[in-house]
Every structure is written in C-alpha cells, then in structure tokens.
Design a protein around this ligand. Structure first.
Ligand SMILES: [Fe+2]
Length: 410
C-alpha cells in the first residue's frame, strides 16, 4: 500500500473526471490507454495508487478482458491477501449449511448491489470469484452461463417507506442502500471493488428521489452505481467532532447481515429505521467472538493520508466514544442513539452536488477505494432493459488503520 513514487512512471493516462459548475464532489478519474489483459506489475502499482488517490476510477476500453484477468488484477492489487472473494468462495457463499445461510447472505450481502433476496449468486465459469451481477436475460451463452435470466424483487422493497410500484414503473427510483463492501465479520473488507460493465441500458434517465423530506432528487442514466465520499463527510465535521471520531471506534454485530435481516432502511438509502427488529445474539447461531469486528471510526488513506469517517452504520452494534487517547470511552449500546449520532454526521454529504454517478460504457470497469467511499445501487424498472456486470474484490491482507492506535478492544 506504499506510494509508488520511486518506481518508473505509469504507461497509462489518468485524467480527473469533468465536473459541472454545481458539482461539489472532489474525486473521480478516467484511466485510458491500458490493457488489463496484459498489465505490468509497475502499472498495477500505479493503478492502485490512482484508486487510492482519486477514490473512484473508470478504466476505459476493457471489452475484451478475460474474466480470469479481472480476478488476477484484484489479487495483484493485494498479493498478500488470501485468494478469496471478500465474502468467501461460492461454496461457502451458497452453502445451506454454511456459517451464513444462503437466504440471509443473499438478502443482505453487501456486494455491488441489488437486493438479492431471491437471487442466486453466479460465478463466471473458470473465474468463480468474478460474480455475475445484473438483471434480466443474460444471453444464450454468457462465458459458459447458458440462458440465464436474473429476476429479483425491486430493490426499493428494502425501504421501510416503500416507493409505490406505479411511480417506480414511471422511472422514479431511490438509492438502494449506502454501504461499503464489507463482511464486517471474520474477513477484513476489500481495499478496492472492481465492477465491469458488460451491458446496460443507457436511456431513458431515471429520477432518484430522496423521499426523506429534503425534497432532493437527481436524474441519472439507468444501471449505474452512485458514490459519496466519506473523506468529504469528515471534512464537513466540526473540530470537536473530528477529535471525537479520531479517537473512537465501532463494534459491529456478529453475522451483521443476519442480525439486521428483518430491518428496513431509510428512504434515502442511508441507515436503518429503528423498529427493534434486530435479531437477538442468541438467535444468530454460533459465532466466534474473535471474528467480531471492531474498527476505528476514521480510516486513513494509506497513499494520500486523507481521513474518512467510515462507519457502516446499519451493522454497528456498539460505539466507543472518546476524544483523547487517554479518556475512558463512553459506550453507546442504544441503537436509536447510535443511529441518530451517525445520521447527523453522515447525511451532510448526501446531497445531489456531492453524489457522483459515473457513466459507464460497455467494457468500462469502475474501481473504487472501498475504505473511503460509500456506494449504492440504483434500481430501474425492468422494461428499460437488461444489465450485465462482473464484480470482483478480495478480502484484504491488512484491515483499516485509524489515526491513533486503538488498544482498548472491549
Ligand atoms: Fe456494494
């Protein structure tokens, strides 16, 4: 994860994304002149640095990429990592008897995107850690997957206040669920996620509504992923809030996606509605306390040194709050209080001018710094067309680092 300042220059070009005069997001870049079927170790290092630096990078022109090469790239980004997708291999992933049951992990797995309630996760034959994500008919033969039709319920059925079907069919939609790709139990989250666009509709535009009383909405092409920067969230915090966040940490629930299996989200996709529907720990089955994750509130970018307020609020079970290294932490276990505290901070950046929805042409791969950003799917009505994406990331060799050591793991 060290900067590549001392190695030969990259052979590809990196250009910051164009912004409109109203945009306030400060990240995003386009990479050109690179062939991911044949990339040198030096360019892999440069590309990793580009992702850490620009947070969201669209690599153009990878229409002919072999799926196994996407997986190889992911492993080369983090060569010391165990060679497994951040959510485990497909056998574990789809195993009924596994630690996480198929139904639950498919419902609340935080891979790219859509609500997987009734959905089978399909690996690409020969590159099983590259996951097929999409909707609708995937073609007669998609890299050996024959006549696959991906059907699923509307992703906005996860919101407590449901978007009426009629309005959805007219092209109104919402952010599904803001998150980072993180198991938050056992394995550490991937540094980066890669998502290749194989096929998607480009029109008509959908209208994304917040539906939270703010009145915010924005237009976007269908089938894309939206981003907000938790670095910008951190920058919006007061000095006192930053001091608190720098020294505090979060304990996540064991089997967190099972824990919230019956919960519903806020209409803007950020955070849960507190209805007391979290499962009791004794109902989660066996879990190893060693695998429960405790992470700093603030995650430091290893290349730029930037700080991100990186709290996966929907899975947070306890907050440990302090404002100096020596202070005894105040423990917050009340979920309403936890969510209110996080909402106050995290909603500041959830405004149209801070949301980036990079356009993807067929063959483009979007790659993002999972330790710095939140992202979400944005569903669209089936009649607009089918969508095919390939997603891959890898459980990291080194988890997130906070700005100060956290030695009190309770
Ligand atoms: Fe995701």
């Amino acid at each position: 994860m060290s900067p590549s300042a001392t190695i030969p220059e990259a052979t590809f070009t990196t250009t910051p994304m164009k912004k409109s005069s109203s945009d306030k997001h400060d990240y995003g870049a386009i990479v050109n002149n690179i062939d991911l079927n044949d990339i040198s170790d030096i360019d892999v290092r440069h590309l990793a640095d580009a992702i850490w630096t620009h947070k969201v990078v669209v690599v153009k022109g990878q229409k002919d990429l072999a799926p196994i090469k996407q997986w190889e790239l992911v492993t080369r980004f983090d060569p010391d990592s165990p060679q497994v997708h951040s959510h485990g291999d497909l056998k574990t992933f789809n195993s009924k008897g596994g630690l996480l049951s198929t139904e639950e992990i498919l419902k609340y797995d935080d891979d790219d995107d859509d609500d997987k309630k009734y959905r089978e996760i399909v690996g690409i034959p020969g590159a099983e850690n590259v996951r097929l994500i999409g909707k609708g008919f995937q073609g007669e033969d998609h890299y050996g997957i024959k006549n696959k039709n991906i059907t699923k319920p509307l992703s906005h059925d996860w919101h407590a206040k449901v978007l009426p079907q009629e309005e959805f069919e007219e092209g109104n939609t919402r952010f599904q669920r803001w998150h980072m790709d993180a198991p938050l139990y056992g394995r550490d989250p991937a540094w980066f996620t890669t998502l290749r666009c194989i096929k998607r509709p480009t029109e008509p535009q959908v209208t994304i509504r917040w539906d939270d009383g703010s009145g915010f909405s924005m237009k976007a092409e269908p089938g894309l992923t939206a981003f907000i920067s938790n670095v910008q969230t951190y920058e919006m915090m007061t000095e006192d809030e930053k001091k608190m966040a720098d020294h505090s940490w979060v304990e996540y629930a064991p089997h967190p996606y099972m824990w919230i299996g019956d919960c519903k989200g806020n209409p803007n996709g950020l955070g849960l509605v507190s209805q007391g529907k979290e499962k009791k720990l004794e109902d989660l089955g066996d879990f190893d306390p060693e695998d429960v994750k405790t992470y700093p509130m603030v995650w430091v970018n290893p290349v730029t040194g930037e700080k991100a307020f990186q709290v996966h609020g929907i899975c947070a079970r306890k907050l440990f709050i302090r404002s100096s290294p020596t202070e005894e932490p105040r423990v917050i276990e009340d979920l309403v209080e936890i969510r209110n505290l996080l909402k106050t901070i995290q909603e500041r950046v959830l405004k149209p001018e801070y949301v980036l929805i990079p356009s993807l042409e067929e063959g483009d791969i979007v790659m993002w710094a999972n330790y710095q950003m939140f992202h979400t799917a944005v569903d669209y009505p089936d009649w607009i067309g089918s969508r095919t994406m390939h997603q891959a990331n890898i459980a990291s060799s080194t988890g997130p680092m906070g700005p100060v050591p956290i030695t009190v793991y309770t």
